[in-house]
Design a protein around this ligand. Sequence first.
Ligand code: CA
Length: 687
Amino acid sequence: MKNFFKIKLYLIVIALAGMFGCSMQPSKDSVALSSPDSKNKVEFSLNELGAPYYTVSRNDETLVSKSRMGFIFKGNDHFDCNFSILNVTKSAHNDTWQPVVGEYKEIRNNYNELTVELQEQEGKKRKLNVTFRLYNDGLGFRYEIPKQDNITNIEIASEETEFAIAKETTAWWIPGDYNSYENIYNETEVCKIDSANTPVTLKTLQGTHLSIHEANLTDYSDMTLKVNQKGTLYCNLVPWPDGIKVKGVAPMNTPWRTLQIGEDAGDLIESSLILNLNEPNRIEDTSWIKPMKYTGIWWTVHLGFETFEVGEHHAGTTEKTKRMIDYASKLGIKGLLIEGWNKGWDLRGKSKEIPDFLHGAEDYDLKALVEYAKSKGVELIVHHETFGNIAHYEKYMEPSFKMIHDLGLSSVKGGYAGSIKPAVQQKHGQWMVRHYRKQLEMAAKYGIMLDIHEPIKQTGLRRTYPNLMTVEGVRGMEFAAWSEGNPPSHTLMVPFTRMLAGPVDYNAGIFDIKYESLKKHKFNWRMPKKKYPKNPGPCVKTTLAKQLALHVVLFSPMQMSPDLPENYDGHPAFKFLQDVAVVWDDTKVLNGEVGDYITMARKAKDSDDWFIGSMTNEEARTFEVDLDFLDEGIKYQATVYADAADAHWDKNPTAYSISHQEVNRNSKLTVKLVPGGGQAIRITPLQ
Ligand code: CA
């Protein structure tokens, strides 16, 4: 259903400019737009110098006060003032679309749009368009530098976009590192942000929740945020080695600068604004895109028991992979991630021409293992660890994807550990944005799903390329293996911050929380090098029940069961990881506060099963959860995986209980969470 209307409004700005010179009346140069529900409002204006500004409000609350827009090109060439309005176009849009894999069966895309066409009044008379899309759950705006005679090559020295948020607003943010998103979150007043990677989550004094991010990051550099002397957030793009931020030719569109708006923290998670601001699916036949659970040798290597490199303790041998295939088959896990399978790991740090993405290591028979896995109903997920050797990897990318396709496999886990080579390039700069896109398009061409670690942040491209299943880009479970770990509050930050960008391959699901496995393994390559933390465990810092709840809360269409298979085999709680879905027909946030707690309910795709995940930070909490989302007239069985009464993330993390009860849509469940605890529930119709 499409519902378009267009109003064209021509302002006689040039005539006014002639009459008043540069001191035009601002009221003649402003234009406003409201969201479909009329609650959110954006106002665009030019000041007396012809500089563009915007403001955002919700009901009577100003969310973004007068904020600058525009660019400075190379050579201090200002493209941020001296404008007049040539033309204003408004339109409305309201339809729905179905994601191939996602959090919802159907997504409504309902917005009002405003495009303001600007032209410099003097000099080169260059043109710049600004488009706003206003939704009930926020807004996006982007610049278009149209094709024109007076602009050929574009070299952006600075994008001048500001987000003037009230200084006292609470902000949750990670540092604006140009090479990593793997950091602990800070909670400060917005004016105290040093520099931040987006999404940045905010709570105003009135309790409105906001998230600043970007959508459709295409051939541009990643937007980080900084705060200027006035205490105003501004766009700080990740630079090229020569200091230029973005290089291109007209016509050029920037990514959408986005502001999600929610009355409470959960509204931000339920919002599909980032996806709505991306282009529709470009992959015609999506039959090969299959969400799945996977396991692997990842945790044993991260704990130090085995190595990715060939040698006595190599985890990725033919024999050990066969054992893992047997385990995956027995545990009912469809995917097996193979890491350290290929040649060149032992030359790490010695050669930039590694690894080899076409040939197995000397003790690894890839072809035979693909066949063996097939016979057991398991599919191998091929690891492409680039070590940041981009030029080398790009030579291998197409032949390797083709080989994987020809082997009948359909997924790759990408890795970009360490700094990028050539070292002058930033991982989040335009050069790497181009690389990640090349990889994504190449994978789509060969029917390959991607799970990218050390990625460029997600900006909703999974709508356009649904083979982009999941990415890391978060301080994930791996930190529990070789650092002090992540505090109990971290997993309560991630859903309200990082997850607003898209799926999170966090790798939760560790059952051996006390690291009993350390006692069973004599060899540990981390130990002699003293790389193991002084206090070697437990660093997981959640209860076991919370590890289960994370599989509901953290959305990832490829979801790992990361622990050693012997820790799952025969463990009663593993049933939950077997049963839980990875893609959904519906998603609801039942309660939540950033960094404190969350309870989510999700309906499994093409199923009547619901799953609930509830989690807390260091504080014990009790909730009453209303099951009114269940269908009328149906009886369900709830299987509850709860913290034991005496469980505690540090002192007693593995104590849990499993219980059953009959429920219906009038039921209320009492959810008790211990410090650092969680609860996971499966609700399935009774026959
Ligand atoms: Ca990582």
